[in-house]
Design a protein around this ligand. Structure first.
Ligand code: A3P
Length: 370
């Protein structure tokens, strides 16, 4: 451990001609350069920085994280201590590794929440973006895929999530060729609510696009009700080819995966329980990935406004800068669902029932989806 003191208090008297903002800029540049030099010099070691204020510690941390010089490891301020204590691990000892687990779906079932929660584990690193390698970018090499992965240490486990993998016809075979013993995680939720959520997301995305057009040429945007899409025109027959419905036919998609992978390679996560007891589902993931149990109930805090659990500030033990306010998922998660027309839910319940039964018998477990 190397201790370095960074001071950001420059007396106004020593630079009489500089404005306040110029002064702040100068301090930023000086402290950044200092940290840069330190990080280069001790690239094989841990660096501990004791900054003279919280602000300077945040400035240093942002710079280092931005430049990918090192990973900020801890950020602890004891009560009443205005200084920032940061520990960095230089990235020189980190590399990009292939993922050993994939969150394959299902879209809108809670995949982002699960990924965030398992990322609380110090031995896990996650790919922040959905990479779509096995469905959209498969023409690129395996090595390209590896290079997209976050930096990590050899003992850490990398996880990637792209929910479209679950439903794409080509993906199971491709993943099998990539790594036949890879671990797969599938989050599921009531297929009706999942379909509604999927519809809401499609509507929002289209609205965003259309809003731009409307501004350009004055056309009014309109998007039909859920029922306008899920039924074959002028009938009460459910339209299986409407994507939000199709993506909820879990048994059909799972069947494809089971032609390549054993059931024991697939962890089915209960997306409903993930909302109310996220620590329970995350602990199941830890067990599945043979990780020591690290994620605890007290790392979560319920947010009344969002009506979801968020991650308490400063709960991550590695990889990220620790913030003091709770970290909730983006507003794109937990959008309001439309009220379904009378009878719609019943029709959908009957429609999904045989698919759900097949899914339950395939996984040897039942969910209470009504
Ligand atoms: P809704 O937007 O329909 O409520 P995904 O990340 O796969 O797109 O899933 C989005 C869903 O995650 C949300 O669907 C929400 O219900 C669910 N979810 C589960 N736990 C959550 C959490 N802690 N915060 C926000 N959303 C959560």
């Amino acid at each position: 451990m190397l201790q370095v003191e960074v001071k950001d208090e420059v007396r106004a008297g020593c630079c009489p001609r500089l404005t306040r903002y110029q002064l702040i800029g100068l301090v930023f540049i000086l402290s950044s350069s200092l940290i840069y030099m330190i990080s280069i010099r001790v690239s094989e070691h841990w660096v501990r920085v004791r900054a003279s204020s919280r602000t300077s510690s945040l400035v240093c941390a942002s710079y280092i994280a931005h430049q990918r010089l090192a990973t900020v490891y801890t950020h602890v301020n004891s009560p009443g201590d205005r200084r920032g204590h940061l520990t960095f691990e230089p990235n020189a000892s980190r590399h990009s590794y292939f993922p050993s687990a994939l969150v394959i779906g299902a879209r809108k079932a809670g995949t982002r929440a699960l990924l965030r929660f398992i990322n609380l584990h110090p031995d896990v690193v996650i790919s922040a973006k959905e990479l779509h390698y096995f469905d959209s970018f498969y023409e690129k090499s395996f090595d390209w895929y590896r290079r997209q992965m976050p930096l990590s240490l050899p003992h850490q486990l990398t996880i990637e999530k792209t929910p479209n993998y679950f439903v794409d016809l080509n993906v199971p075979k491709r993943v099998y060729h990539f790594n036949p013993s890879i671990k797969l995680i599938l989050v599921v939720r009531n297929p009706i609510d999942r379909a509604v959520s999927d519809y809401v997301q499609l509507k929002f995305k289209l609205m965003k696009k259309q809003q731009k057009k409307r501004l350009e040429n004055g056309t009014i945007f309109s998007f039909g009700d859920f029922e306008d899409y899920i039924f074959v025109e002028n009938t009460s027959e459910v339209n299986k080819s409407y994507a939000p419905i199709k993506r909820s036919l879990y048994s059909c998609h799972l069947e494809r995966w089971l032609t390549y992978f054993r059931l024991s390679q697939i962890l089915v996560v209960d997306g409903e329980n993930l909302k109310v007891k996220p620590w329970e589902e995350t602990q199941k993931v830890e067990t599945f990935l043979h990780l020591q149990h690290q994620v605890k109930r007290d790392q979560f805090v319920y947010n009344q406004t969002k009506r979801f659990f968020c991650i308490k500030g400063e709960s991550k033990l590695g990889h990220d800068l620790h913030l003091t306010s709770p970290r909730c998922l983006a507003d794109s998660k937990g959008r309001q669902h439309p009220k379904l027309r009378h009878g719609t839910r019943k029709i959908l319940r009957n429609f999904f029932q045989p698919f759900n039964s097949r899914f339950f018998s395939r996984i040897g477990r039942k969910f209470n989806w009504s």
